[in-house]
Design a binder for this molecule. Structure first.
Ligand SMILES: NC(=O)c1ccc[n+]([C@@H]2O[C@H](COP(=O)([O-])OP(=O)(O)OC[C@H]3O[C@@H](n4cnc5c(N)ncnc54)[C@H](O)[C@@H]3O)[C@@H](O)[C@H]2O)c1
Length: 314
């Protein structure tokens, strides 16, 4: 059984959601922290919470874009120098994209691949030498339930999260063979109540296909979030303590995993049926909201939001 007391953990995406919950719980367990996020405000808030909770824990922060390879390598060296060693890297930062493949721009696809896949690769490669040097290291890469099964409108996200899963499973096998004192865990959260939906990109090609407006797409996505970030972080840390190869979070992730393994072809037809039903319901709700807005004389309709939320908000 692994423990976190007096260890050093680096966490990407520490300024919100599961990254923040991991920082808080690791600090509570006596673990020193090197925290990074692209969002300086969220990162400072996590630092403030952690310092108030665990004044004896050493905390360093770095504003960082995980898709920047040089910046990631510089941060890994900086964290190891500041803390004397690094035992754990949580490659947690990530973003979401809803788009059809037909209408997807290459810039949107490159954006998500650079963060969700290359960010994990850079974090793994930059920290691995330091984890080996620590003599007791662990790499925790966050995939998703969407790394276990596919969904229409999520091809970019699916591609990155399936890639993280393949990369991390192979990594764990190599580390086991090397017996180098470093291990790896792949994390597959189901729907977790965080900011990821509101910070996501919903491409305009989704409007009329699966959602009635970009904002509604984000709000519908959020309805599937059934687990808190704190519970998710607890499950992840239990998995790391047990040196698990993979960690599924939530009954939704466990059900999706079972379905995709039991019915690897048929599950796709079931997903299409359910997605069609949800899309019809979403459009109905949007029409109702539009009628109500017109009756209230506000003139504000769901479709007025179209185009407003394109792009990152995190
Ligand atoms: N919330 C869910 O339902 C869910 C489900 C499955 C997987 N995940 C994965 O969990 C991880 C954590 O997400 P979360 O749900 O806590 O979301 P979140 O949006 O609350 O937190 C993500 C954090 O990553 C940071 N980030 C985004 N892009 C970055 C970049 N280029 N460089 C550095 N930091 C960046 C954001 O600023 C934010 O602080 C992500 O990899 C996500 O894909 C989330």
């Amino acid at each position: 059984m692994k423990h976190f007391d007096n260890k050093v953990a680096a966490i990407t995406g520490a300024g919100s959601g599961m990254g923040r919950s991991l920082a808080v719980q690791l600090a509570g367990a006596g673990c020193h922290l090197a925290l990074a996020d692209r969002n300086a405000i969220g990162l400072a808030e996590t630092e403030r919470i952690v310092r108030a909770l665990a004044p004896n824990v050493r905390v360093t922060t770095r504003e960082l874009d995980v898709s920047d390879r040089d910046a990631m390598f510089a941060w890994a060296d900086e964290a190891a120098a500041a803390h004397g060693r690094v035992n754990l890297i949580f490659n947690n930062a990530g973003v979401a994209l809803s788009s059809t493949i037909d209408g997807m721009s290459y810039s949107d696809l490159e954006w998500i691949v650079n963060i969700n896949f290359w960010g994990v690769v850079h974090g793994t490669k930059a920290f691995l030498p330091h984890l080996k040097a620590s003599g007791d290291g662990h790499i925790v890469n966050t995939s998703s339930v969407f790394g276990l099964f596919a969904q229409p409108g999520m091809s970019g996200y699916n591609a990155t999260k399936f890639a993280v899963r393949g990369f991390t499973e192979s990594l764990r096998q190599e580390l086991d063979m090397m017996r180098c004192g470093v291990s790896a865990t792949c994390v597959h959260p189901g729907g977790i109540r965080t900011n990821i939906a509101q910070a996501s990109r919903v491409a305009s090609n989704m409007v009329g296909f699966m959602v009635a407006s970009e904002q509604q797409g984000k709000d519908e996505f959020e309805k599937f979030f059934i687990t808190t970030a704190d519970d998710a972080a607890r499950t992840i840390l239990t998995g790391v303590r047990r040196n698990a190869r993979r960690v599924l979070i939530g009954r939704d992730a466990r059900a999706a995993d079972w379905l995709a393994r039991s019915l690897p072809a048929a599950y796709q037809a079931l997903v299409v049926m359910s997605a069609r039903r949800e899309a019809a319901k979403a459009r109905k709700r949007a029409r109702r909201a539009e009628r109500e807005a017109t009756l209230n004389g506000t003139g504000r309709t769901m479709n007025n939001n179209a185009g407003k939320n394109q792009g990152e908000t995190a």
